[in-house]
Design a protein around this ligand. Structure first.
Ligand code: SF4
Length: 400
């Protein structure tokens, strides 16, 4: 159970303090002794990085842990946080942390990357994108290479920046590369509603948005994929709520815990997964209640639903997953870049030798890719997992 509250400034504070009081449920920890040790108040954000508390959680994991476990996180921010804080190195060797399809850039198909590049080459287009996409190699070029050739490709921080750019440049077409999961989609939907309201007709998107729960189901159906529990994404779950995972959980009965991003958050969620495995009783649990509710953010979900509808889409490495993507609803078809430009989007093979797809399914680790640290480095990436700041290969390269 957790409470959080904003407290007024005290002498010496530089701003209002966000105080967390987190009380561990005894069942999470498996023993009254451990519970007594950990059952303490977390007052400040920094305490989610508390070394003593982390050590107690690790000790509890070691005590309860039995058989070999393969736990998969499905969030690029978790990937980075796990590597940055060295979490694999403090766990028992028999607990393997796998990186799943949670990095938005990494899961974007080669076909969509090529489509972004083709859009950038259209005369009169200002192509806007998040920075992570710039260096992802397409079949023939990346957006960065096209920019170097003189195409008008600009990095933005939000789809609203692209709408603003469209308003300022009425003679040009502004296209936004829409990638990301449920976390990003509501702001893109809101930007389209804003453009429509303002009568801006020279703004459009190429939609490569994806939904998280269908990817979990697809992983469970993929031969060879072997997972003992999911560390579910924090940001996505803020929008979707815990309830979004109920159908997948009911179908596969696999341990699943929503986690926050600080080391104590992640260790706590791992402990809960270990405990579920040890007891043989899988559950869908929320270890991030200070941010995630059962029903999520109803306003954000309503905006998404107003603008987008679900569709089949292709994920890098995994292939087509039914109802796992989003397309614009017919009322918003005028904001679809592919309706404005005569571009033939073609399926394209992923870069030769790149194991991104297998890594995203937990079948390989980055160092098992033959190109890792040889032909593929952050300076000269072959695949998106080495480009994106949230990619498994980039995190492995930087921190392992
Ligand atoms: Fe692909 Fe490079 Fe990662 Fe290998 S190391 S999987 S080539 S991104």
């Amino acid at each position: 159970m957790a409470w959080f509250l904003f407290c007024p400034k005290k002498n010496g504070d530089t701003g209002p303090r966000l105080e967390f009081i987190l009380v561990f449920h005894p069942g999470w920890l498996g023993s009254d002794t451990v519970n007594r040790e950990i059952n303490m108040a977390l007052k400040y954000v920094q305490e989610y990085r508390d070394g003593d508390l982390a050590r107690q959680l690790i000790a509890a994991i070691e005590r309860i842990h039995g058989k070999e476990l393969r736990l998969m996180e499905v969030c690029g921010t978790h990937t980075m946080s796990i590597f940055r804080h060295g979490i694999p190195s403090v766990l028992p060797d028999t607990i393997k942390l796998l990186t799943g399809p949670g990095c938005p850039v990494c899961v974007t198909s080669q076909r969509d990357i090529d489509t972004f590049v083709a859009l950038a080459m259209e005369p009169g287009v200002i192509l806007t994108t998040f920075g992570d996409l710039m260096r992802v190699p397409g079949t023939h070029a990346s957006l960065q290479q096209e920019k170097a050739q003189g195409r008008d490709v600009r990095v933005v921080y939000s789809a609203f920046d692209a709408v603003k750019l469209a308003a300022e440049n009425p003679q040009q077409q502004v296209v936004f590369c829409a990638v990301g999961f449920e976390t990003t989609t509501p702001t893109v939907a809101a930007s389209i509603l804003a453009a429509k309201q303002q009568g801006i007709t020279n703004f459009s998107i190429h939609c490569a948005h994806k939904l998280t729960p269908p990817a979990l189901a697809a992983l469970m159906e993929t031969p060879g994929v072997d997972i003992d529990g999911f560390l579910l994404p924090g940001h996505v779950s803020v929008i979707t709520g815990t309830s979004a995972y109920i159908p997948v959980f009911d179908q596969y009965r696999i341990p699943a815990v929503i986690a926050g991003f600080e080391p104590v958050d992640i260790l706590k969620a791992i402990l809960m997964l270990v405990k579920q495995n040890a007891s043989g009783v899988p559950a869908l649990e929320n270890a991030y209640p200070r941010a995630v509710s059962d029903q999520g953010n109803p306003k954000a979900l309503a905006i998404m639903d107003q603008v987008f509808e679900t569709a089949d889409t292709v994920w890098r490495g995994i292939g087509m997953i039914p109802a796992s993507g989003l397309v614009l609803r017919p009322d918003f078809a005028s904001f679809n870049a592919l309706e404005k430009f005569d571009i033939q989007a073609c399926d394209a093979p992923e870069p030769a030798g790149c194991a991104c797809g297998e890594i995203l399914m937990g079948l390989k680790t980055p160092d098992q890719c033959k190109l890792y640290k040889k032909r593929c480095t952050p300076m000269h990436p072959v695949g998106p997992c080495m480009v994106s700041s949230e990619g498994a290969c980039a995190a492995f390269y930087r921190y392992n």
